[in-house]
Design a binder for this molecule. Structure first.
Ligand code: AMP
Length: 282
């Protein structure tokens, strides 16, 4: 099996990247919070195709969790993650601890305006500042040519793109389509929280999203279609729907019907587990 170098400090990461650069290698970066599944691995596979060297990062970023969220119980399994990354021929895993990323006195945050105000930004007010801050740090620490982000977290992808553009960070952001289970449920580390009965309920989400997309493609008004879909989610056993909206793909603002490139965005709870997804309409 190929060597996977594991580093836990920024200094060691920089030494490794400098070595890659001296040999003329291109570098791809795949930021994750670990508990890896095939969605993450698809990002790594894409990075392998485009770059001579691939760095994966695992850091469960406390700044993107709210006080009542699942930071303490977020799944962690470094041994399994390392085995998967090795198998794919990842060159380096950067997995710093919290003190390495946020030493005492850390006081800078990156706030991306506009795009972060809606959807996830309403339910999770500190989330995108946490994401933008940690992604900026990771990009500056590794200085990759390309960084890979999943469309599963579409709003996050757009926020990262905007931030990289606004701050002139010299990296290409590569989007990767959502990888799904056989029944269409988007793969997510949080799916591990679901009991078998809850997993069954969760499988209604892709089904209802699929029907909703078909209805929206007729060009009819979105509001009644979305209200119907919300009702069906409740009927299927979802406990709460945070949002279910048709939004323009670029501005992420709600649109009354699908005319420009747009997606349906959803966040809904099965028990205490919050699932998010988005599907392109046009
Ligand atoms: P996370 O570990 O959840 O922070 O995700 C790390 C990266 O993997 C993010 O860019 C996610 O958008 C991406 N990702 C997570 N799940 C999927 C999926 N099912 N398909 C594609 N990308 C994903």
């Amino acid at each position: 099996m190929p060597e996977l170098q594991i580093v836990r400090t920024v200094a060691d990461l920089r030494v490794a990247v400098a070595h890659y650069r001296r040999s003329g290698a291109s570098v791809g970066l795949v930021p994750t919070m670990g508990a890896l599944h095939d969605g993450h691995l698809t990002l790594v596979r894409s990075a392998k195709l485009d770059n001579a060297r691939v760095i994966a990062t695992i850091f469960v970023n406390p700044k993107q969790f709210g006080p009542t969220e699942d930071l303490a119980r977020y799944p962690r399994d470094e041994a399994a993650d390392v085995a998967m990354l090795k198998e794919l021929g990842t060159d380096l895993l950067f997995t710093p601890d919290v003190g390495e990323m946020y030493p005492d006195g850390f006081s800078t945050s990156i706030l991306v305006g506009g795009l972060t105000q809606h959807l996830e930004g309403i339910s999770r007010p500190h989330f995108f500042t946490g994401v933008a801050t940690v992604v900026t740090k990771l990009l500056l620490q590794a200085l990759p040519d390309r960084a890979y982000f999943g469309e599963k977290d579409f709003q996050q992808l757009q926020v990262v793109r905007r931030m990289v553009r606004d701050l002139n960070i010299p990296v290409a952001i590569v989007p990767i389509p959502t990888i799904r289970e056989a029944d269409g449920l988007a793969m997510s580390s949080r799916n591990r929280y679901l009991s078998p009965a809850q997993r069954k309920i969760a499988s209604a989400l892709p089904q209802i999203m699929h029907e909703t997309v078909a209805e929206l493609r007729t060009g009819l008004a979105a509001a009644p279609i979305l209200a119907g879909a919300k009702g069906r989610l409740h009927q299927a056993g979802f406990d709460r729907v945070d949002y279910l909206e048709l939004c323009d793909e670029t501005t992420l603002q709600p649109v009354p019907l699908a005319r420009t490139p747009s997606r349906v965005f959803v966040a809904a709870y099965v028990g205490a587990t919050r699932l998010i997804d988005n599907w392109p309409v046009i």
